[in-house]
Design a protein around this ligand. Structure first.
Ligand code: PHE
Length: 341
């Protein structure tokens, strides 16, 4: 039986040239160098040959097998290289490409207003005083000249805890008593920012929790003129130096006299619009001269000391400045709202 080793090699090499990936290459190896490959099958017949032919046959067979093996090794190296460069290309990183921008957080609109308020009063020499959110009935009402059963308590219905007389503060004013008792008989210039709580129907205009910034100045010759000057300077710093202000008489049990401060509507410049309800004015804060009883409760002798106090709602101010129509946006944490600032 004549075996044409040259043909076996030629056919093997031709098939190998077409093997273009590691899978095809492996199939080729099994077909052309595996146990039933032509060259192996031929070599397997060696024993059946006449003795004198075996040496030459074996040599040619081995050469053919080695030729196929060498070709295989080369092809394997080539395929490996090709696959490696394809992988590198596919997974390539373009180091010159611009990076993807990180979404950056920003300050909540109320925080921005609060910080402006702090900065303005800071320039005027006011310190920030942090008072507690949880208060006793006494601090929230009685020491502020609102005795039990006083009808003014109806204005500030709140959340009661299971501990007797322990409530969530309805305004930042109880902080006035804390500062006074701590600082007496020193003069005082502080603002007291913080959260307040009221038992209210949640609507577009009122929430059960909201910020207030209280202010308190106590000294020996503080008059209503100081109150008006300080709050007018504040309004000019926050809303612009041209904006007009006005004070209207009002009533709070802990100040006497009491007033509300309005600023000229900055949306319509006093012409009248929906934001100011056609009045041309926006109500910004409540204020007044600290009531003698409150001074006394804080430890100050009202014959020697006097002072003024005010309280404002920074969220309401933020709503006016940005024409925000619903106070519930502030705590609903909707990024579509927050991203606008
Ligand atoms: N505490 C008052 C309120 O919540 C505001 C206020 C503070 C008024 C200080 C006068 C002086 O409505």
């Amino acid at each position: 039986m004549a075996v044409d080793f040259d043909l076996i090699v030629a056919e093997g090499l031709a098939a190998l040239a077409a093997a273009d990936g590691s899978g095809a290459l492996e199939r080729w190896r099994v077909a052309h160098l595996g146990r039933s490959a032509p060259v192996m099958a031929a070599l397997g017949t060696l024993g059946a040959l006449p003795k004198e032919d075996r040496r030459a046959f074996g040599q040619r067979g081995n050469q053919a097998r080695q030729a196929l093996e060498r070709a295989y090794e080369e092809a394997a190296a080539r395929v490996r290289q090709a696959e490696l460069s394809r992988d590198l290309e596919a997974g390539a990183v373009d180091v010159t490409a611009p990076g993807r921008r990180r979404g950056r957080g920003r300050l909540h609109p109320t925080t921005r207003t609060l910080r402006k308020i702090y900065a303005i009063f800071g320039e005027m020499g006011f310190q920030i005083y942090r008072s507690r959110d949880v208060e006793t009935d006494e601090y929230n009402f009685s020491l502020l000249n609102i005795p039990p059963h006083h009808p003014a308590r109806d204005m500030w219905d709140t959340f009661y805890t299971t501990a007797p007389n322990v409530i969530l503060r309805t305004h930042t004013s109880p902080g006035q008593i804390h500062v006074m008792r701590e600082r007496c008989p020193e003069p005082i210039r502080v603002i007291l920012p913080g959260m307040c709580y009221r038992y209210e129907q949640i609507t577009a205009r009122s929430d059960i929790q909201f910020y207030q910034v209280e202010g308190l100045a106590i000294g020996r010759r503080i008059t209503m003129a100081d109150l008006k000057g300080t709050l007018t300077a504040f309004a000019h710093a926050l809303f612009g130096s041209e904006v007009r202000t006005r004070f209207r008489a009002d009533h709070f049990p802990f100040t006497e006299p009491s007033a509300e401060m309005d600023v000229e509507c900055f949306v319509c410049e006093g012409q009248g619009c929906p934001v100011c309800k056609q009045s041309g004015w926006l109500e910004i804060l409540g204020c007044g001269m600290v009531h003698p009883v409150v001074l006394q409760n804080g430890g100050y002798d009202p014959r020697e000391f006097s002072g003024f106090a005010f309280g404002m709602g920074p969220q309401r101010i933020t709503m006016l400045m940005h024409k925000i129509e619903d106070i519930r946006y502030f705590f609903s944490n909707d990024v579509r709202f927050l991203e606008q600032f």
